[in-house]
Design a protein around this ligand. Structure first.
Ligand SMILES: O=C[C@H](O)[C@H](O)COP(=O)(O)O
Ligand SMILES: C=C(OP(=O)(O)O)C(=O)O
Ligand SMILES: [Mn+2]
Length: 463
């Protein structure tokens, strides 16, 4: 940031206070000076998103928190530079669009579409090192930090990767913007892809809903709905705000308001491993205007939730704070109700989203990290049940998925078993739902949403 006025505003906003606080899950750069030089270089580059878009997302999430919209966040656990290809980006975007259409029908509400994309490059790890056949090297921390290849050179954290992460994010976002504003998101086309899915004999159970959606779209057409005008959709990007040197470098003072925005993405979340109340991540993200998420795992107590609310959303601003719960299918029904009641009693209405992935992981005997589709569905059900009992809004789902035909999670209509896992396992970190499993999840969630009362007629002016 070169402008002296902005430097003063950044200092006044305390954007570097995190540097003096306890911090977890950061790489140990072998050359600290080079890391600071690269960060300084990134500060000179254009922002990836515009603050006005970030504000619009905050409004949308506020609508979701109030019970008038549903959120879908999806994408890789760990994006990679080499997989940022047109085909793979298109497959993920189309999967999210297909899921959104089904969810819009199920919820009878607008669906806020968000990719874990265009910046989901930094990973927290359980262990700092990895040992294979007696050789111990630093753990892979995501492409923005080091390489996955198990060699000393590749695993050494390399700050030049931050600059590459910026460029790959920019080109990914560029293609997302092109797809979602250039006609690719035409609802009629997206619906025809879903019909292809439901025609597959393995998915016949979803054919009835696909036909209902077909009828609803034809009804809209008959009443004169302008599908041409709806070819452009809003599509937001988000990632875990883990690598603070990078997030800081992309944090800019908005010329309209004089306030800081992290322009690396519209939405940033704090992971389960870095959400200490007095730690660097909570401090840094409390100071930017973006909508912020916080993952809440099974050890979260009510007091922590209230203190996170006070730190991250002291004004209780609609859409500012999203709690992304990831309890595990076996625990959510015991743990979530108390948190919902605590927050409700306090009078706050943050957005609640379920991440049915991260509490349900396990490793097979042959060493594959996986999750079972049934556990994922069960956690979503537990999420809906808990909200129904508390009278709060189950605001959305956050899923690790890909548009490709991988075999990383067990089950689903293709009945992927442990033997099949070995045929096409591509993830460098956590297992993702493949294209079919993702659509199946969307149809199942749409069914669940139909048990909730229909909303009032939406106020389309708000969109
Ligand atoms: O999404 C991320 C993973 O759950 C996290 O990086 C931990 O993975 P690990 O236990 O393999 O380190
Ligand atoms: C690391 C992740 O999740 P959590 O912080 O919930 O473990 C993730 O979303 O990939
Ligand atoms: Mn993950």
């Amino acid at each position: 940031m070169t402008n002296p006025q902005d430097q003063l505003l950044a200092a006044a906003a305390g954007l570097d206070a995190w540097r003096d606080l306890p911090i977890k899950q950061q790489p140990t750069w072998p050359d600290q000076l080079r890391a600071r030089e690269i960060a300084a270089e990134i500060t000179k580059r254009p922002p990836l998103v515009f603050a006005g878009e970030v504000d619009r997302l905050r409004d949308r999430l506020g609508q979701a928190a109030a019970g008038n919209a549903f959120v879908l966040q999806g994408g890789d656990c760990a994006e990679t530079f080499s997989a940022a290809t047109a085909d793979k980006i298109r497959a993920r975007v189309s999967t999210i669009l297909q899921m959104s259409l089904v969810l819009t029908y199920g919820a009878s509400m607008p669906v806020v579409k968000m990719g874990r994309m265009a910046g989901q490059f930094a990973k927290p790890r359980s262990n700092d090192t990895e040992t294979r056949e007696g050789v111990t090297l630093p753990a892979y921390r995501g492409d923005i930090v080091n390489g996955f290849d198990f060699t000393e050179a590749s695993r050494l954290p390399n700050p030049e990767r931050m600059l590459e992460g910026y460029h790959v994010s920019a080109s990914t976002l560029n293609l997302i913007r092109a797809f979602t504003t250039g006609g690719f998101a035409d609802m009629r086309e997206v619906h025809s892809w879903n019909q292809g899915f439901a025609k597959n004999p393995a998915n016949s159970r979803y054919d009835a809903m696909a036909r209902d959606i077909d009828r609803a779209l034809k009804f809209m057409a008959a009443t004169g709905a302008d599908f041409e005008a709806m070819r452009e959709v809003e599509f937001y990007i988000g990632h875990e705000g883990l690598l603070l040197e990078y997030e800081r470098a992309l944090t800019r003072i908005d010329s309209r308001t004089g306030t800081p925005y992290d322009t690396s993405a519209h939405f940033i979340w704090i992971g389960e491993r870095t959400r200490e109340l007095e730690g660097a991540h909570v401090d840094f993200l409390s100071r930017v205007r973006n909508p912020i998420g916080v993952k809440l795992g099974p050890t979260t107590d009510s007091d922590t939730v209230l203190r996170l609310l006070d730190k991250l959303d002291p004004e209780r601003e609609p859409g500012r704070l999203t709690f992304i719960t990831r309890m595990g299918a076996g625990k959510i029904r015991d743990l979530l109700p108390n948190l919902l009641e605590t927050v409700k009693a306090e009078g706050s209405t943050p957005l609640w989203v379920t991440d049915p992935m991260h509490g349900n992981g396990f490793t097979t005997e042959r060493g594959f990290k996986t999750r079972s589709f049934d556990d994922v569905v069960d956690e979503v059900k537990g999420f809906f049940e808990s909200h129904q009992a508390a009278g709060t809004h189950p605001g959305g789902i956050h899923v690790e998925l890909t548009g490709d035909d991988v075999t990383e999670c067990l089950g689903g209509s293709e009945q992927i078993d442990e033997a099949a896992l070995e045929t096409n396992y591509e993830s460098l970190c956590d297992p993702r739902l493949n294209h079919m499993q993702s659509l199946e999840l969307a149809f199942l969630v749409a069914e669940l949403l139909q048990d909730f009362p229909l909303p009032e007629f939406p106020n389309n002016d708000a969109w």
